[in-house]
Design a protein around this ligand. Sequence first.
Ligand SMILES: Cc1cc2nc3c(=O)[nH]c(=O)nc-3n(C[C@H](O)[C@H](O)[C@H](O)COP(=O)(O)OP(=O)(O)OC[C@H]3O[C@@H](n4cnc5c(N)ncnc54)[C@H](O)[C@@H]3O)c2cc1C
Ligand code: FES
Length: 272
Amino acid sequence: MSDYLTKVNSLRTTSILDVKSESPTVKIFTMEDRLCSKAKPGQFLMFWIPGIDEIPLSILDAGAGQVSVAVKKVGDATEHLHKMDRGQLVGVRGPFGNSFTETRGRVLLVGGGTGTAPLLFLAKRLAAKADRLSLVVGAKTRSELLFLKELDTVCTEEAVLTTTEDGSFGLRCLATEPLEGLLQKQSFNMVYTCGPEQMMRKVFDLAEKRRLPMEASLERLMRCGIGLCGSCVIGKYRVCRDGPVFNLSQLSEVKDEFGMSKLGFDGNIIPV
Ligand SMILES: Cc1cc2nc3c(=O)[nH]c(=O)nc-3n(C[C@H](O)[C@H](O)[C@H](O)COP(=O)(O)OP(=O)(O)OC[C@H]3O[C@@H](n4cnc5c(N)ncnc54)[C@H](O)[C@@H]3O)c2cc1C
Ligand code: FES
C-alpha cells in the first residue's frame, strides 16, 4: 500500500460540526477532517457510525479543513445517522477513488437523487472554467429535488432543467427524457452523470450513440474502500479503486453489468 493510501485509509474520529435538512429524507452532515477537506469532486469517503456500520458516501463539498456529505435515509446505518446531532462522534476514512475530469467547454450534468451531491461539488469547480454549464436534475417528487437553489446560482437558472416523476415540479418525466432533445438542439463537449444506475445507463446509451465524451460515478457495495475485498467489482474494475468515476470507453467494457446487475450483500448477483 502506498504511503498516501495508508495515510487516507486511517480512521479518524471527528465530531459532527453541523447538520442540515435538505429534504424530508436527506440531511447534510459537516465534519472537520484535514485529509477529506482536500478531496476533489467525484471522490468518496467511508463514514463510520459508531456501533452501527461504515458506509461509503460521495463528498458534497470540501475545503477549509471541513468536509460535507448528503445522506439519504434508506436503511439501518443511514437511519441512525439521521438521528445524530452536532457534537456527536463519528469516523471517516478517505478521500478515496478518482475524481471527475474537470473539462472546459460546454458541459452537461445529469443528476438524480443524492447523485446530485457530487455534481454540485463539480459544478462549483467548473463554474469559472466551463463555457456553458447546463444541468438536468430529476427526482420522484418536488420535495426530493436536491440543491436547487445552489444549482441555480452555479449554473444560472435558465440552464437548469428540472423533472419530477409525479409532475409536482418541472417537467413530468424521468430526468433522461428531455435529454435526447437537448442533445439534438445543443452541442456539448462533456456529459457528467451521477444518480440511479438505470438513469446513468440511458445517458451512456445516448452518449455512446453520439460518441460524446461522458463520465459516470458508479455505486457498488463497498466494504474496504481500497481495492482489497472485491465487493465492489464491475467487470475487470473495482469501483472503489478504479472509479467511482468511469469514462465512456470503460463503461463500454462493462456494458453487460452497467445498469443491469451487481453483487449483493450475500455475494449473489442481483439486478441493479
Ligand atoms: C461510492 C458511493 C457513494 C455513495 N454516495 C452516497 C451519498 O452521497 N449519499 C447517500 O445517501 N448514499 C450514498 N451511497 C449509498 C450509501 O452508501 C448507502 O445508501 C448506504 O450504505 C445504505 O446503508 P444503510 O445501512 O442505511 O442501508 P441498508 O439497510 O444497508 O440498505 C438499504 C438500501 O441501500 C442499498 N445499499 C446498501 N449499501 C449500499 C452501498 N454500499 N452502495 C449502494 N447501495 C447500498 C441496499 O441495496 C438497500 O437497497 C453511496 C454509495 C457508494 C458506493
Ligand atoms: S470496497 Fe473492497 S475492493 Fe472495493
